[in-house]
Design a protein around this ligand. Sequence first.
Ligand code: FES
Length: 319
Amino acid sequence: MALRRFDLDAGGSSFAFKPETEEKIAFWRGKYPADKQRSAVIPLLWLAQKDNNGWLSEPAMREVADRLEMPYIRVYEVATFYTMFRLQPVGKFHVQLCGTTPCQLRGAEDLKEVCTKEIGKPMHVTDDQRLSWEEVECLGACVNAPMVQINDDYFEDLTPETLSGILSRLRNGADAKSGPQVARVNSAPEGGTSVLTDPALYDGSKSRLAELPNLPGAAAPPPAPPPAPKVEPEAPKPPPADDLKRINGIGPKFEQMLLDMGVRTFAQIAGWSQETVVSIEAKFGFKDRIDREKWVAQARMLAEGRIDEHDLIFGRGKD
Ligand code: FES
């Protein structure tokens, strides 16, 4: 960074904020607690610069230091560090010309020649006190390179001709239009937008809710496919029938009658209650025979596989 010195001759011996600036000073000071007032040093220096025709005199810096109860050297340090604070007089319109790479590649050197020719050396103030200029680093508008800042406004997409015209207007007391000096809006493409140009993108039609099948009033859902043919589950197969004639007392006739009644196994007969026994005998047309011949006990033995024991006790039934 270049050494930056005060212009002590031009600054006079005193400085006072404009009365209307006091409200702004109070605003900035109000942002910080009482024991941190020095945090407002940059905004107060900025206000002092504005009230001092665009630059900071040494008395202006002292006034800021007194307001914030700071040592003068602390305020000098801030003012000489930041290039946004100018330490010597400038013209009514001060041009900050960006010379950083994007602007340099896009023609900043030609703009410097214009400034030198029409204003003079950097920081020179024209005799009418209206213009001065300096080169600065990137001002954050690279997409609109090359560009300059004049007081608080950006002038972008410049050519030597357009910059010359702007300086001429300012010198002569006319207004100059800030912003891009070509046919584009802000940083939009020159000549107008070339993509996303479908008006439907901006009329809200694309943001309508999609139709959901379950919304009230929505179209009827498509018919359901026909139901698949019903497949009846296969009836469980009955367990294989035992040879009920192995029970002594049951012959072929009674066996068939039992099968017709759904009695097919020894286990079924082993589970008969007395009530069932009475009911079966009623159907067969006899009385107390089942108990007497112990069909239930025989059936239990046969169901449990105690064949020899059965045959020994009851004898083998008719095969
Ligand atoms: S390089 Fe010029 S504005 Fe960024």
